[in-house]
Design a protein around this ligand. Structure first.
Ligand code: SF4
Length: 376
């Protein structure tokens, strides 16, 4: 495929893996932050190409996975109300809340729709003044500018039948949390290329300095990720701890400044709860007071409920790189993409879904799990 094949070239991939093997002299544990990167690693078996000294663990960068259970419950509560058209990206519809999910609301007659952009939700609100259109705004810094644009546009047009249920999260405070943990084993990070395309990578310099940890901004194709691993290993072997940019074809040091200005106009930083992890200070975005009329939590007074994860789900440890999906007793047995117990098995970027799709048949003792999970 044009523009992609060169980043998936088998000879180049093998050459990079060989370069890493020649460079490494000691064991190193590295984390890719983004769920999209996790899926590339699993899909192409990149972890299996690496020398045994390199251990890759998976980070919290799956937006669907970290959206708190209480927020999913609020979405279900709002979507169930008469007169509401609730719109979201497709993955969120199947994420289990404490008692239901958005698909079940839709099956019961609720007006729940899938869109590919928040501006589609604005367009819908414009066309259907008899409905109140609520958009479920989740995700990292990558999706925040488009969501900010939707609110800004609705405000400009004076739309009164549009609001947003906001659950945005930010990457640097999550890396800080991981590094401050007494259980942390990660010695180098592959930072998320899409987030850094928007935000640049200035924010990661303080983390790298303070914790003496190398951080390399990485892309999403096989050669991107292996090159990022090579850059991290080189830093670690040389005793350096710097921020470097592998994803130069997309990421600039300052990022996309007009997008950042739009985000700052509409959103402000707040404490945010992450699913399975808990509240991380200053790790989220919420609508500024002047855009409060577009805040679905205010418009609907959605209370939400105190909710608990299924006891069997170890997604908190999976999202912090402390355990792998295959360490979970429910993996591919009681938890499958068809019947997920936790969000990481639902999302297109979830680590559990990545292992389920690309690895479950090849793991020792997992074959029977795979057969049991295959739909008839
Ligand atoms: S396999 Fe399912 S139950 Fe286990 S951690 Fe992943 S999402 Fe949770």
């Amino acid at each position: 495929m044009k523009y992609l094949d060169e980043y998936r070239d088998a000879r180049l991939v093998q050459s990079l893996a060989a370069q890493i093997a020649r460079r490494v002299t000691r064991p190193w544990t590295l984390m890719e932050i983004c769920g999209g990167q996790t899926h590339t690693i699993m899909r192409y078996g990149l972890d299996e190409l690496l020398p045994p000294q390199i251990r890759l663990v998976h980070g919290p960068g799956c937006p669907v996975c970290v959206t708190p259970l209480e927020m999913v419950d609020k979405a279900i509560e709002i979507a169930s109300r008469p007169g509401v058209t609730f719109v979201s990206y497709g993955d969120m519809l199947r994420v289990p809340g404490s008692r239901s999910d958005l698909f079940r609301v839709k099956a019961a007659g609720g007006d729940v729709r899938i869109v590919y952009s928040p501006m589609e939700a604005v367009k819908l609100a414009r066309a259907r003044r008899d409905r109140h259109v609520v958009f479920f705004a989740i995700g990292f810094e990558t999706t925040a500018p488009a969501n900010a644009m939707a609110v800004w546009q609705a405000h400009k047009e004076g739309l009164q039948n549009f609001s947003m249920l906001v659950s945005h999260v930010l990457v640097p405070p999550a890396i800080r949390l991981l590094l401050e943990s007494p259980h942390n084993q990660v010695q180098g990070f592959i930072a998320p290329g899409h987030v850094c395309t928007v935000m640049g990578y200035r924010q990661y310099e303080a983390l790298s300095r303070e914790f003496r940890v190398p951080i390399v901004v990485g892309g999403f194709e096989p050669t991107d990720l292996l090159e990022a691993v090579y850059m991290l290993v080189s830093q670690l072997e040389e005793g350096r701890a710097e921020v470097e940019n592998q994803y130069v074809r997309s990421v600039r040091y300052e990022g996309n400044q007009p997008a950042q200005r739009l985000m700052e106009t509409v959103f402000e930083v707040c404490d945010r709860k992450w699913r399975g992890i808990g509240t991380i200070p200053q790790s989220g975005l919420r609508l500024r007071a002047e855009f409060g009329a577009y805040d679905a939590e205010r418009v609907f007074g959605a209370s939400g409920v105190a909710a608990e994860e299924p006891a069997e789900c170890i997604s908190a440890q999976v999202l912090q790189g402390l355990k792998k999906p295959t360490d979970c007793s429910a993996f591919a047995v009681r938890c499958t993409p068809e019947n997920p117990l936790g969000a990481p098995m639902v999302s297109a970027e979830g680590a559990c879904a990545a292992y389920y799709h690309y690895r479950r048949h090849s793991l020792p003792g997992e074959q029977s799990h795979g057969r049991a999970a295959t739909p008839n």
